[in-house]
Design a protein around this ligand. Structure first.
Ligand SMILES: [Zn+2]
Length: 338
């Protein structure tokens, strides 16, 4: 331990005791795209002993510009991001445990995922999932670190339930879908990812090593193109916040089939209402009459006309070639039909 982590142990804020805490820590990274892969690499190198990584997607060539953990070979094989990340993290630090989950984070999975974690680090790209993280973390009193980046702009905030403001205190509602820029409409450049992730990971390390006094305590914003940097807050929890004051966790209650428009993808994800397990060879045989099918142990890919369906073992599917939910639903019903 001493040699690998020697420079970090020399650092006053960490020391031997801090390093022991890092090695004993369990961190959940939600989403392993650009931010998530930056978090994962830094935390693995820092020696966080247990990293749980959850992501619903697979690696594609357009990810490689900013998702630094992935390689061309991962994109060629269309490996699920959680698996590709775990493979590379193992090469970076074989002494830590990495637990990959190929999974959609939703009302039925989030509480199980955060349970037993010391801190949750946001690597998602959408507000719906962040409210879910906020609800679950406030309910179970787990610290979490919000982070987002689009274009050259990024923002982050550290939430300690009942001590600081929560996400719902600051953003009572998600910005209307069409009003906010996304990676889809505004693109994103890698340097802003590095900055936001660097602050999120620093905050995670402070929390794990018990240096609450060093947290930045604000909504921190950056723009690497306009050369702007500012902090707002900290502010007090809102007296009427439905989440952290009234204890209403509405996102944890929602059931039924889940549909999500995926950022930057011309794609829609459909999750079945009921859990099921797909037999890829049976499905491949059935679909081979209607188009081109390929599968590996994690996912099945089916091309028909201008559409491409990627089906995971739990029947969750990503339908590419449309951003219309109705079209995606009908393709799902027609070909997967669970
Ligand atoms: Zn709140």
């Amino acid at each position: 331990m001493d040699e690998r982590y020697s420079r970090q142990i020399l650092f006053n804020g960490i020391g031997e005791e801090g390093q022991r805490r890092l090695l004993a820590a369990r961190v959940l990274i939600v989403g392993c795209g650009a931010l998530g892969s930056a978090h994962a690499e830094s935390l693995a190198r820092a020696g966080v002993g247990h990293l749980r990584i959850v992501d619903r997607d697979f690696v594609e060539p357009s990810n490689l510009q900013r998702q630094t953990l992935f390689t061309e070979s991962d994109a060629e094989k269309r490996l699920p991001k959680a698996i590709a990340a775990a493979n590379h993290l193992h090469e970076i630090n074989s002494e830590i445990e990495v637990e990959p989950h190929i999974l959609d984070v939703n009302h039925s999975t989030i509480e199980q995922l955060i349970k037993d974690c010391d801190v949750v680090v946001d690597g998602t790209d959408n507000f719906a999932t962040r409210y879910l993280i906020n609800d679950a973390c406030v309910k179970h009193d787990i610290n979490w670190i919000y982070g987002a980046a689009v274009g050259s702009y990024g923002v982050t905030m550290t939430i300690r339930p009942h001590e600081t403001v929560c996400l719902r205190c600051v953003f009572e509602e998600a910005p209307p879908a069409a009003s906010a820029p996304t990676c889809d409409t505004a693109g994103v450049i890698m340097p802003i990812i590095n900055i936001v992730s660097a602050v999120q990971v620093s905050e995670a390390i402070k929390l794990i090593t018990d240096h609450v006094e060093a947290l930045h305590g604000s909504l921190m914003q950056f723009d690497v193109w306009r050369n702007e940097w500012r902090r707002i807050g900290p502010g007090m929890p809102r007296a009427d916040c439905s989440t952290c004051r009234l204890g209403v966790f509405e996102t944890l209650e929602q059931a039924g089939e889940g549909v999500a428009v995926l950022c930057g993808r011309d794609a829609i994800q459909i999750s079945p209402a009921q859990t099921t397990r797909i037999n890829f060879s049976n499905l491949a045989e059935r679909l081979s009459r209607a188009g081109e099918v390929k599968f590996n142990e994690y996912l099945l890919r089916f091309k028909t006309g201008n559409f491409e369906l990627t089906v995971f073992q739990d029947a969750r599917s990503i339908i590419r070639g449309t951003d219309e939910i109705a079209i995606a639903r009908s393709l799902y019903a027609k070909y997967i039909g669970t």
